[in-house]
Structure formats: structure tokens, C-alpha cells
Design a protein around this ligand. Structure first.
Ligand code: HEM
Length: 374
């Protein structure tokens, strides 16, 4: 079965070669490298030295006011109140007023894709997975009852949210996007982060994800309390409680979890270690396939409890294993393991919903952006 999987992955890689550059599956050295040096704070609290307080928005002296939303055209109406033309020349718009169109957002999509291609020396060869994680953590704080949190706000720019344990390591993704924000200062961080999630996912071979603009950045008072994101050491009851609070059902929980085909765990971030699949920079349904097909054992080590496969080159979190321990969840794991297209379709729907949690959109129309050969 393992060799079947490998053959299938190779075929998918070839099919996608026009827009995805498959990376070497696992860099063993990456398993142990501590990329973010830890330091001890004066308070005795542990903190990550690169997780410093965010730069104040508008550090270049630009002040934007989102005055009104143009319901008809769907674009937000921005007024630029200081006169730094130089910053805007590159973005190709006039300083007086600017109503961004789909083409303007497409330019940002292309710029993110280009930056992904230009920075292939990160982690397993792509910033893609950590961009997806940023967009999900920015959105997954939503509470359907109080209507707080969600992708509107981008409050992870501020402490304490940036310091929440679940967000460790996401500064890498936020920093990656700073040059894009500088080049297109009219986009809000909250639109940028979710658009980057869409772009990363599509550029790594995933399905097209509908997206629309309209998120406004919040201030520090909108930071959500710690504990809204899932705890990987828990199981099905916790998953249903956390994702239920966001408004998701069993099928949607399983569909979202397939994103763990991408990326890896870092000991200096979550404490867990290793990638889920052998193709961590390529979107496939392999997460579901190996959940069912491989034999998973507890990893013997001094770190947090996690599972590993026989080859010790892939891992699963307790929350991942809950998807096959629970009968209701397992139905969907089996469905998505058999049928990648079915998962692509459901994932596209559910991640679009995730990225829209808590956003009072003025624009009805959702857009799709083409995969670019950056
Ligand atoms: C089901 C509950 C979930 C739990 C408990 C969980 C937990 C984790 C943990 C512990 C990591 C490792 C972080 C690190 O050490 O760098 C991680 C990484 C990741 N997660 Fe999740 N996650 C969940 C759901 C999701 C969802 C819904 C998505 C997206 C739709 C997602 C996307 C990712 C990605 C792409 C990475 C890799 C990041 C990287 O390589 O830097 N996860 N997750």
C-alpha cells in the first residue's frame, strides 16, 4: 500500500508540475533544528525572541481610513489621508481615492505566489503551509454565540494574541507578508492573511477556493482570549466542542483536518515533531490514506504524546487519531481517502466558510483566482 501511495503521489506531482514544484519529502535535519531561539523573559515567562511586539500599523506614516464600502462594485472605498505618492506609485493607483477591483486583488495573489517561489529555502521548501496555518488561526477564533473572533480583525498582530501558545511560530508567516502589505498598503491585514491562505493552498496544488474582500482590521481590544483554538493533545469531544463553537459539523471537521497533508510540527513551536506526510508542500488526500493504512504507535521520546508510523518519518497528533477512533468521523476519513476530488470539493467549501467567519461582508459575489506560474 505504501508503494501504491508513493506511485500515486508521483503521478499527482507530475500532473501538477506546471504550477507546483514538489520538494524533497522530508529533510531529516529539519526534525531537530530549533529555528527560533528561546529566551527567558524577565518575568520568568518563556517567550520566543522573534515573536516581538508587532510593528505599529502605518509605520511608514500612512494613515488609511476605510470610509465606506461600495456595495455596488463590491470594492471598499479608501481615502488616503497623507501625501506619500512614492509608496503608491508601485501599487498603480492615485492617492485621492481608490476602489480596488478584482484585478487589484489578483495582483496581490500573484505577488504572494511570486514570493512563495522566491523563498524556497524555508522549512521543507515553502512558506505555503505556515501561511495556511496563519489564515486558519486568524479565523478559527470565531465564537458563533458571541460573534467575536474570526478572520475579521487580524488581531494576532497584537499581544497577547500573538503570544498565545497555539500561535507560536506564526510570526514567520506574518513577516513573510509584510513586503506585500508595504507594496499594497490599501489591503487590510485580515484580507491579506486570508488571501495568502487561499493563494498558498492553490499554489501547492489544492482546489480553487472562492474568496471575497471586506475584512476590516481591529484593534487590540478585539483580541480573543487564549484557548479558542484546538488543543492537539485532546480527542473527539474536544474537537466537536471547539469546531462546534465556530459553527462546523462532523463532516466539516474531518474535511478541514485534511490540511495536515501539509507542513510539519516543530519542537520549538508546538513541541510536537515531524510532518504528517511525505509530501508536506503538496496538497493531496494522503493524510486520510495514511491515517487508515499505516500502523500508528506512540512515539517514544521526551516530548508531548504523539503517534509515529513504522518508518518513524511521519506523525499524527492525538486529535488526528481521534478522526479514526470516532465512528462518525471515520466515515468521512474513509470517503476522503478513497476520493480526492470529493475532498477537494468539500475542503474548498469549508475553508471558504472558515475564512469568512465573523465578517460582515458588503459584497455578495465571491471571486476565484487562477493558479499562477510565478
Ligand atoms: C483539528 C484540530 C487541529 C489541531 C489540534 C492542530 C494542531 C496543529 C499543530 C500542533 C501544528 C504544528 C505547529 C508547529 O509546531 O509548527 C499544526 C500545523 C499545521 N496545521 Fe493544524 N491543527 C488543527 C487543525 C488545522 C486546520 C483546520 C488547518 C487548516 C485548515 C490546519 C493547518 C495546519 C498546517 C498547514 C500546519 C503546518 C504549519 C507549518 O508547517 O508550519 N490545522 N496544527
Amino acid at each position: 500500500m505504501a508503494s501504491n501511495n508513493a506511485a500515486r503521489l508521483l503521478m499527482r506531482a507530475a500532473a501538477r508540475a506546471s504550477h507546483v514544484t514538489p520538494k524533497p519529502a522530508v529533510r531529516p535535519s529539519a526534525l531537530t533544528h530549533a529555528r527560533i531561539p528561546r529566551q527567558q523573559g524577565r518575568s520568568g515567562r518563556r517567550f520566543y525572541s522573534s515573536e516581538a511586539a508587532p510593528k505599529a500599523a502605518g509605520s511608514k506614516g500612512l494613515v488609511f481610513g476605510v470610509l465606506a464600502a461600495a456595495a455596488a462594485g463590491g470594492g471598499a472605498y479608501y481615502l488616503y489621508s497623507t501625501g506619500q505618492l512614492g509608496d503608491f506609485a508601485g501599487a498603480g493607483f492615485s492617492p485621492k481615492e481608490f476602489i480596488p477591483t478584482k484585478e487589484d486583488y489578483a495582483k496581490i495573489y500573484e505577488e504572494i505566489a511570486k514570493r512563495l517561489e522566491e523563498n524556497e529555502d524555508y522549512d521543507d521548501g515553502s512558506y505555503g503551509p505556515v501561511l495556511v496555518r496563519l489564515a486558519w488561526h486568524a479565523s478559527g477564533t470565531y465564537d458563533v454565540e458571541t460573534k467575536t473572533g474570526g478572520s475579521n480583525g487580524a488581531t494576532m498582530r497584537f499581544q497577547p494574541e500573538s503570544d498565545h501558545g497555539a500561535n507560536a511560530g506564526l510570526k514567520a508567516a506574518r513577516d513573510f507578508l509584510e513586503p506585500i502589505k508595504a507594496k499594497f498598503p490599501w489591503i487590510t491585514y485580515s484580507d491579506l492573511w486570508t488571501l495568502a491562505g487561499v493563494c498558498a493552498f492553490q499554489q501547492m496544488g489544492g482546489p480553487v477556493i472562492p474568496w471575497r474582500p471586506g475584512r476590516a482590521d481591529g484593534d487590540i481590544s478585539a483580541c480573543t482570549p487564549d484557548g479558542r483554538l484546538p488543543d492537539a493533545s485532546k480527542e473527539q469531544k474536544h474537537l466537536r466542542a471547539i469546531f462546534g463553537r465556530m459553527g462546523f459539523n462532523d463532516q466539516e471537521i474531518v474535511a478541514l483536518s485534511g490540511a495536515h497533508a501539509l507542513g510539519r510540527c516543530h519542537t520549538d513551536r508546538s513541541g510536537y515533531d515531524g510532518p504528517w506526510t511525505h509530501s508536506p508542500t503538496m496538497v493531496t488526500n494522503n493524510f486520510y490514506e495514511i491515517l487508515l493504512d499505516e500502523k500508528w504507535n506512540w512515539k517514544k521520546w521526551g516530548g508531548p504524546a504523539q503517534y509515529e508510523d513504522k518508518s518513524k518519518s511521519r506523525m499524527m497528533l492525538p486529535t488526528d487519531m481521534a478522526l479514526v477512533k470516532d465512528r462518525e468521523f471515520k466515515k468521512y476519513v474513509e470517503k476522503y481517502a478513497k476520493d480526492q476530488e470529493a475532498w477537494f470539493k468539500d475542503f474548498s467549501d469549508v475553508i471558504a466558510k472558515l475564512f469568512e467567519l465573523g465578517v460582515p461582508f458588503k459584497q455578495e459575489e465571491k471571486w476565484t483566482f487562477k493558479v499562477v506560474d510565478a
